[in-house]
Design a binder for this molecule. Sequence first.
Ligand code: AMP
Ligand code: GLY
Length: 417
Amino acid sequence: MIETSPRQIDILVLGGGGREHALCWKLRQSPLVGRLLCAPGNAGIAAVAECVSLAIADPAAVVAFARNHDIGLVVIGPEGPLVAGVADALRAAGMAVFGPSAAAAQLEGSKGFTKDLCARVGIPTAAFRRFASGDEARAYVAAHPLPVVVKADGLAAGKGVTVAATHAEALAALDDLPGPVVIEQCMTGPEASLFVLTDGRTIAPWTSAQDYKRVHDGDAGPNTGGMGAISPAPVLTDALRDQAIAEIIKPTLAAMAEAGTPFAGVLYAGLMLTPDGPRLIEYNVRFGDPETQALMLRLESDLAEILLACAEQRLHEVAASWSPQVAVTVVMAANGYPGVPETGSVIAGTAAAEATGARVFHAGTKRNAAGDLVANAGRVLAVTASGSDSGAARAAAYAGVDRIDWPGGFCRRDIGQ
Ligand code: AMP
Ligand code: GLY
């Protein structure tokens, strides 16, 4: 009998955060994947992929690298390369890429763009006004009922938003924002993140997560890129999810297609579950970080097969199946985050943490000259575990966290509560 070997492809992942470690960890489990490369990667990713140096937001550089290395699929992690047109350049060169075009990435790249789209097609979201500069917004903000939300229009790594309880706070926020701004009505209710894959034709709702954005326990302190997550989001019932897909996701994707800029990739909707139903807070055009770390622990299907099918507009051929278990991820950040983080501190205990059954995904880590694992950015580790319910998942994640010996870092103690 003749054995036919399965088609294998080499994959390049762009990014070097905890999200990319989780994606690489999952991709590495696929029999479809030959070589797995990651640019720039980090000390944890180096255990499952070959880390390479590459200007990941330079479209021509990424195309040249992918060609030279005969890459069969490029998976783009962060928003920067998407907004810079890396996916467009790869598609134009005939290569398979998971991630939207620059035009479609405006859903994340410009809050004003998204708010205008919502207004045009009637998507439920906070009332808003756009201004070309902070100066132009001052009079409007001073007269706006409180609380009021002040946002940078462009990319701000999750830190461009101020929910101001006083006019003085709102005006101070404007002082810190250099470019165009969006001023919004403040909505109230629990939040949930919903992830939907689409190839521009098929819409495949994935699963949900809840992100913990504030730096301190009890949702105190400034916003961060995310200090932890739980998946699925306990507050998002199936009925609310279906309502959000019908009233928010589908009209958005239809409007993007109508405008000649169809969206393909993962659309991440930040939702607020208000007394009047789900409302859109914002879109991201990529996987969430740290939500992805929790999602990948629950995904039972072959990630490479799904992302390749999405890139090749065959998403209808595959389905994602999810473990009914709950997953919790706890971010450990370097002291000083979300301000200027103290880097270079030595981290020990990751192997002991993994021996508990938790997974330690790396974000800002590297090896120093002595070979020690050291902090290299604000968010450093994402310790992730699953359990039969949120309590069990929480306990398992913190059992891992408690084995990490790192005086230079901190974490929230209430993720998943
Ligand atoms: P964003 O970067 O737009 O997701 O905003 C970060 C966080 O700010 C959100 O997760 C919310 O907690 C909060 N936020 C943003 N917009 C609003 C709004 N219009 N009303 C209330 N809270 C908001
Ligand atoms: N965790 C929030 C984000 O990925 O934008």
